[in-house]
Structures are given as structure tokens and as C-alpha cells.
Design a protein around this ligand. Sequence first.
Ligand code: ATP
Length: 353
Amino acid sequence: MSVALGHGAAVRVEGCGKTFLDGTRALEPATLDIARGETLVLLGPSGCGKTTMLRIIAGLELPDVGGKVLFDGKDMTSVPIEKRNVGMVFQSYALFPNMSVAENIGYGLKIRGVSKNERASRVAELVALTNITGLEHRRIHQLSGGQRQRVALARAVAIRPGILLLDEPLTALDAALRDRLRGELNRLLRALGITAIYVTHDQSEAMELGDRIVVMRKGAIVQIGNPREIYFAPDSRFVAEFIGAANIIEAPLENGHLVLPGGRQPIGGDTSLPLAVAMIRPETIAIVAAASAPLCGTIDSVSFVGDRQRMVVSGASDKLLTVDAPNTVQATAGERVGLSIAPQAVRLLPPEN
Ligand code: ATP
């Protein structure tokens, strides 16, 4: 892939909050640094302020007084969107229906005065890069959803933006297509070396695409980290439960063990607390023989889901435990089993505030 886009720009969001005219506090003042070429994902439930943050970076929204947006150290806060050199892709494709695919992709180049020849070669490169060869002369209404989103992407990167902003670009597509395009998008972003900021409420999308993930809640950033950090070391119950399945256990601590109805579970980390709120991911719990296990329970149900089995175990903890076991494990409902959990798989969380 030889589309030379130069390097992406570094982005700094400094103390940017947003209160809308009707008094809605969409964003608490937030500071965020995004490295050149990084893909940063803004993740959180509906209404948490992701789009507002993205629109402030784009220049579609002004931050509250005191907030600043810098690209490569240069203050862009009052620079309008058309002078920021950003590309944008939305959930709705926002393509021009009266233009062909090629004309859509080349539109930004045309209004920037790029010559016809240069435009044609750039469009050809992008058509190949986004896998839409053969569709150049079609109208937008003759394309599928996935093809439209590829055109939108090609159009956004055609102007060689330093920063690409994507707001739920795959949400409107069906699940299988979303999976495939997600992989393609990932490769494209890496190949272009562009700085990308990607908004989603889908945690698996965030995991696959993000170099780092910013988890947001109610207008505030609650955790920033790479996908592994966010998944294995959530700072709060909210993050633990928002990212994947999580067993949250509240239990007294004694000599480095959680004292549970079904036995004693050793933990890593700070063991000096009298009471713990702990998170255990379902796939870190292994089903073993009950006889010698320090923690036991009874299998309530087993659901075979192909690549694994999801089991619900009662009696081990104060709540039902969810266990994801390999699909080869033989276990049936009603059976008494041991549960083996490595101490470091037990993540202590701060008590709810
Ligand atoms: P979603 O995933 O549903 O798109 P989001 O995390 O992107 O949500 P935002 O669109 O940033 O959330 O909205 C944050 C909050 O600000 C919401 O409560 C929303 O209703 C509110 N909001 C957004 N735009 C405006 C506006 N122009 N005027 C008033 N309130 C607004």
C-alpha cells in the first residue's frame, strides 16, 4: 500500500468542557493527549459525551471558555473545521447522491484545486485500498451499506488529513459485515499512519481498533489505557462491567483470601483491607475436581455457544458466578465442582462511591 499521507498530527485536548445553551453539561473539563499515528477510541454508553468530544476536536463545537484544542502543539481552538485538515466519517454516510463513487471520493481534492490527473490517480489508489474496484462509476443508491461506508472512508482520507475522526461508522451495518469492515479499517488506519479518533459504544470494536481506549461516563473520562489494561485492570466497577462480562464479588478478606460461602479464594494485590470488592473474568475460572479445590460450587446451568461453554455456578460466592469454560470440559447441571482461579486474576476494585 503506497498511499503516502505524510504523518498524522498529534492532538491535545486541554481542559475542554462543554455546556450547551440549554444548560446541558455534556462534558466535564477533560485533558487528553493523542500521539501521532495513534488510534484512540472514545468508548461509553449513550449520552456520555463521546460525540461532543469528537465535535470539539473537529471544530464543529467550541469548548467552554478555558478549553483548548492543539494539533502538533498549535492552538486550533478557534480555527474553523475546513482549515483543520481533518477527515470525518459518520454512521450516516453523508455521501453526495448526485455524484458517482469516484466523484464523491475526489470531491475534497477538487475543491482544493488538485489537478484532474492527480485527482484521478489518488482516487484510483483509494478505490484499490478500500476494496471497491469496479464500482467507480456507480451512483450512491446503487451501493450496499458496506460499500457506501468504504466510499465515505475513501472520501475522508483522500484529502490526506492529519487526523481522521470516526463517529460510530460501522453501527448501521449488519453484524457480519461490521466484523469484516472492522478488520479492514484496522489495516487501513495502520497503513495510512493517520491519527484516528474513533467513537463507539461497542466494547469489542474498541478492543480491536484502539491503541488506547478512553472510557467515558456521564460526561467524564473514567479510565484511559490500552485494551489489555482496560480489560484486565479496570479501575472501577463501571469499567469492569462495561467491558466484557465480569463477576463482581463482595466479601471479607482474611490473610490474603476472600472468604466466600464456597471456600477461600487467594488474591493478589493489597490484602490489608478488611472487605473487598473484587472482579473475576469468567474465562479465568477453571472447572476442576471438587475434592481438593479450595473453592467449590454447584453448576446451575451450562450453555454451549460453540467456541466455549458458559456455565452458571451457585454456592461458591454470595452471587451466581459466570464461568466461561473450554468447549471440551465435561460438566452438567447439578454437578458439584471445584473452581480454580489464579490469585492475580482476582482484581480488587475500589468500593462504590
Ligand atoms: P451517543 O452514543 O448516544 O451518540 P454520546 O456519548 O456521543 O452519545 P453526546 O452526543 O456527546 O453523547 O451527548 C452528550 C450529552 O449532551 C447528551 O446528554 C446529549 O443529549 C447532550 N447534547 C448533545 N448535543 C446537544 C445540544 N446541541 N444541545 C443540548 N444538549 C446536547
